[in-house]
Design a protein around this ligand. Structure first.
Ligand SMILES: [Zn+2]
Length: 459
């Protein structure tokens, strides 16, 4: 079904239900389409994803405390293989993609790390094509796996879904994107140490902060390849969750005061990154709905986006809609004829393909967009039923062709309507008291930056 017919059907449904569309359109405003992003999305292959996951499973365990010297079994061999695959993809990049093994020492804590251990993240970096654009976007999954006992580094821990699925997304994206140009720098990472306590992502988030990267988004993928919950009898490969924190973990007192005044507790940078992912992913990928999870993560669970949130960066987590806990963090075994363990046979590679495509479309659209507008303000000097917005063009990166103003009712979860303007100010015939607004920079092909919410200004 094309997007046009999707829209028409929705419209028809709304009419049938007697919901006449007047001022605002009761569907989500969608991202514009770029033919080359469509082409990249089309190159994502379910077969490749299966091959990648099967290879990761073949290392038997990728536990963070497993062998780093065995050539065939353990985390060391798995890391080397991811690195060699990245190096293969990098050949298509004309030297723009570089591959590193980022090693770090994790101190023994007497709990999940018995003694000091060296870990490593495998990182492929596709350098931005515009030297004047310093933005960085990260897509990540974790390479390490576990059995029932988190300290068991010996037993089989195939980790097909948790989280070879996430790493397969990262690798397949690196393969498809390596030959393409993006003004922003794209970073593809397989973290280690997630199951022992988010060590790889913490190491990277601290490094990013220390080195002052302009990191605009982190897409973390963890448990993204199973579409069947035996417990609930639900089979659904058309929905995927994206979790995001509502407001920044490192919010200051002053920011909190402003948030309470504006009622913007549902509009932190990570929440708006999740909306961007929904808007873009659903525009480019058919038969997938991105379900916005209005919390940082699931109960009792954490993930590699969290250390980035703690350092103040926009970071979200994608996870499948219906998890199957018989195939997560379980020793591979049969009990009463039932198979336990995180095995490839329980995965759905067509579902994983769609989830990869959602990540790819998001990263490509954002990577090709101009930088965000600056000093975005809403004029509050006068009582009026209109909305006056103004902002400055970004000072770095390519010059925007114009700007999209996003608008939604204060009770709506996604942006309902958008306006295009070429100027850096606009007066809209809608009351600022009744809607939320945000401004995105856009280029001539409609690639859009993340939205920026206006702050009240007097003039
Ligand atoms: Zn995981």
């Amino acid at each position: 079904m094309t997007h046009k017919t999707k829209f028409t059907r929705l419209l028809a449904l709304c009419m049938l239900a007697g919901l006449y569309l007047s001022q605002t359109v009761a569907v989500q405003a969608q991202a514009a389409q770029d033919e080359e992003i469509q082409k990249m999305v089309g190159e994502v292959s379910a077969d490749n994803l299966r091959t990648l996951v099967e290879k990761m499973v073949s290392f038997e365990t990728r536990h963070s405390l497993s062998s780093t010297t065995d050539k065939k079994r353990g985390i060391g061999a798995a890391r080397e293989w991811v690195k060699s695959e990245f190096e293969k993809y990098a050949k298509a990049s004309n030297g723009r993609m570089t591959v590193d093994m980022d090693r770090y020492i994790v101190k023994g804590d007497g709990r999940r790390i018995p003694q000091d251990v060296e870990m490593a993240n495998v990182v492929a970096t596709l350098k931005g094509a515009d030297p004047n654009d310093d933005r960085v976007i990260i897509v990540a999954g974790h390479l390490d796996s576990r059995a029932t006992d988190v300290m068991d580094a010996k037993s089989k821990a195939p980790g097909a879904n948790d989280d070879a699925s996430g790493v397969a997304i990262v690798m397949e994206m690196a393969r498809v994107m390596a030959s393409r140009q993006f003004p922003a720098t794209l970073v593809f990472v397989a973290f280690q140490g997630e199951e022992q306590g988010l060590y790889g992502s913490r190491h990277m988030a601290e490094r990013v902060k220390k080195e002052g990267w302009n990191l605009v988004a982190v897409l973390n993928n963890d448990i993204v390849g199973n579409s069947y919950s035996a417990e609930m009898g639900i089979h659904d490969n058309t929905r995927v969750r994206v979790f995001s924190e509502a407001t920044p973990s490192n919010e200051t007192e002053e920011q909190a005061r402003l948030r309470r005044t504006l009622g913007s507790e549902n509009d932190g940078p990570s929440r708006n990154l999740a909306r961007y992912m929904k808007m873009t992913g659903e525009a480019y990928v058919d038969q997938i709905e991105v379900v916005l999870g209005y919390r940082p993560d699931r109960f009792l669970r954490g993930g590699d986006h969290t250390p980035f949130n703690q350092q103040g960066y926009a970071a979200v987590r994608m996870s499948e809609m219906n998890e199957d806990f018989d195939h997560q963090h379980q020793d591979v075994r049969k009990e009463n004829g039932k198979q336990y363990g995180d095995l490839t046979e329980f995965m759905d590679f067509e579902y994983l393909r769609k989830n990869t495509a959602v990540n790819l479309a998001t990263m490509a659209n954002l990577g090709r967009a101009p930088q965000t507008p600056e000093k975005v303000g809403v004029l509050t000097a006068n009582l009026t039923n209109k909305t006056d917005l103004k902002w400055d063009a970004p000072t770095k990166g390519k010059k925007p062709a114009g700007y999209y103003i996003l608008m939604r009712e204060t009770s709506s979860q996604t942006w309902d309507k958008k306006f295009f303007v070429k100027d850096t100010k606009v007066t809209l015939p809608y009351s600022k008291d009744n809607y939320f607004f945000a401004v995105q920079s856009a280029d001539e092909l409609g690639h859009t930056s993340l939205p920026v919410l206006p702050v009240p200004v007097r003039q």
